[in-house]
Design a protein around this ligand. Structure first.
Ligand code: 9WO
Length: 259
């Protein structure tokens, strides 16, 4: 897989290339990331990439020219350096489709993705219309630029790549694929200031442990994200036993309220 990133802050991408588990995919060379700075595609001495908005108002707009020339360099680099087929050009923007684990799975199948990271107040609409295949949001809030959102998306795609992160991760991936929240976790000591580890986890009975974890996930999800329970049910991911656990939980809730 290959990521190309249009950004005026290329050093920010060291967050995934230099740190933690994601850096391993790069050192193994099963993943490549190349940054392209629109400033390198300017011809004025000040390397200008932004200008005032037509129509007035506060804030600067990213110019179409340097972005388009940077993107053309990406296309030429891909065409000349490999047999790879160029993937979509994605603009990080709060107007986009909201990223989630299902979209992560789809996007992780792509060979190449070009992320466009805007700065200032906006990106010239003509760049979007001419070159952007889709816009992608990581949630309904505004940040100072597209770099951090692009890093979030790339990190989640890297975690889905085979042979990147090992067994522990694929197990976690599998449990998240039901779209439920995680169960609680504990490590040593068994007794911390009289706060104890649940006994079932100390018993070594794998069947009981798995069923405790599933039930804790279901109840935690019902409590804080009931929308995810509905989605899991709609996808046919809840067993009859799961439904029984949830029903029992909702009944104990109701009986508490009716007391
Ligand atoms: C900002 C904005 C605010 C209100 C309505 C629409 C908007 N679009 C943008 C936008 O695309 N901004 C560019 C990228 C330039 C300014 C900083 N940028 C940005 C991207 N801020 N926040 C994001 C973003 C990206 C993905 N998910 C959440 C937020």
């Amino acid at each position: 897989m290959r990521f190309d990133v249009l950004t005026i802050f290329p050093e920010m991408f060291e967050a995934i290339t230099q740190y933690g588990v994601t850096s391993r995919a790069f050192s193994k060379e099963i993943l490549h990331l190349k940054t392209w700075n629109p400033r390198d595609f300017t011809s004025d001495p000040r390397k200008t990439v932004d200008d005032r908005a037509y129509g007035g108002g506060p804030g600067m707009v990213m110019m179409v020219g340097p972005l388009e020339d940077a993107l053309q360099a990406v296309q030429e680099d891909i065409a000349s350096s490999s047999a790879m087929k160029k993937g979509p050009t994605v603009l990080m923007s709060p107007q986009g489709r909201v990223f989630n684990q299902d979209l992560a799975k789809e996007m992780s199948q792509l060979e190449q993705i070009t992320f466009v990271c805007g700065r200032y107040e906006a990106v010239d609409q003509r760049f979007i219309e001419r070159h952007v295949d889709f816009e992608l949001s990581i949630g309904d809030y505004v940040v100072s630029g597209g770099e951090l959102p692009a890093l979030v998306v790339m990190d989640s795609l890297i975690r889905l790549m085979p042979n990147v992160l090992g067994d522990a991760n694929s197990a976690q991936q599998d449990s998240f694929s039901d779209g439920l929240l995680d169960c609680p976790h504990y490590t040593r000591p068994e007794n911390y200031k009289n706060f104890l580890v649940p006994g079932v986890l100390l018993g070594g009975h794998h069947g009981r442990i798995e069923s405790w974890r599933r039930n804790e996930s279901l109840i935690a999800t019902q409590k804080s994200r009931p929308d995810l329970i509905l989605a899991a049910r709609k996808k046919g991911l809840l067993s009859l036993k799961d439904e029984k656990v949830l029903q029992e939980y909702l009944e104990t809730l109701a009986s508490g309220l009716n007391k």
